[in-house]
Design a binder for this molecule. Structure first.
Ligand SMILES: [Zn+2]
Ligand SMILES: [Zn+2]
Length: 175
């Protein structure tokens, strides 16, 4: 897991996300220092960063990692959508998640706790996709679709039993 944001990372937030991902996926999680930024993902017309380019960049820079999650604070998009909270290569190695849309954009203040809670869910959600998990309809499951922050807040922060089984299977196949 590495921070690739514009501002400086909050080590407590990164540690919290790490602990959550580790607790849920039972994989060792390492945080790495990333000196560079995927500047080629910048779209000057949209004033956003394209996730597909970031995912490729992450993959190339971390050839040894089983999975690599980039955490950022810049606004992300995929061409067909206005914005995304994050994206992952389904069953691939790379995932990215951003705090940019997790906080209110109208200047309202949000408790740090809610923001971190949202980030923990979306980081796990995107890594779930990297393990081949698709969107899940089980109420409360973290793999539930979340087009907006309301859906993120409504769902739980863990994998449901079905998704957990699928994830265990994906790990077994990876060995
Ligand atoms: Zn998803
Ligand atoms: Zn599920």
């Amino acid at each position: 897991m590495c921070w690739i944001g514009e501002r400086e990372a909050d080590p407590a937030v990164i540690a919290s996300v790490c602990a959550h991902v580790h607790g849920q996926l039972h994989e060792p999680v390492r945080t790495g220092f990333e000196p560079d930024r995927p500047t080629q993902a910048w779209d000057a017309r949209r004033k956003q960063y394209e996730t597909g380019v970031i995912l490729k960049w992450l993959e190339e820079r971390h050839p040894g990692a089983a999975k690599i999650l980039g955490v950022t604070d810049v606004d992300l998009f995929i061409p067909i959508l206005t914005f995304v909270f994050g994206e992952a290569q389904l069953g691939g190695r790379a995932a990215v998640v951003s705090t940019a849309r997790l906080a209110p954009r109208d200047g309202l203040r949000l408790s740090e706790r809610t923001l971190v809670e949202r980030l923990r869910k979306e980081a796990l959600h995107e890594l779930g996709h990297a393990y081949g998990l698709v969107h899940c309809g089980t109420p409360g499951c973290v793999m539930g679709r979340s087009p907006g922050v309301a859906e993120i807040d409504t769902k739980g922060d863990s994998l449901c039993p079905d998704c957990r089984l699928l994830h265990d299977e994906a790990r077994r196949h990876a060995r």
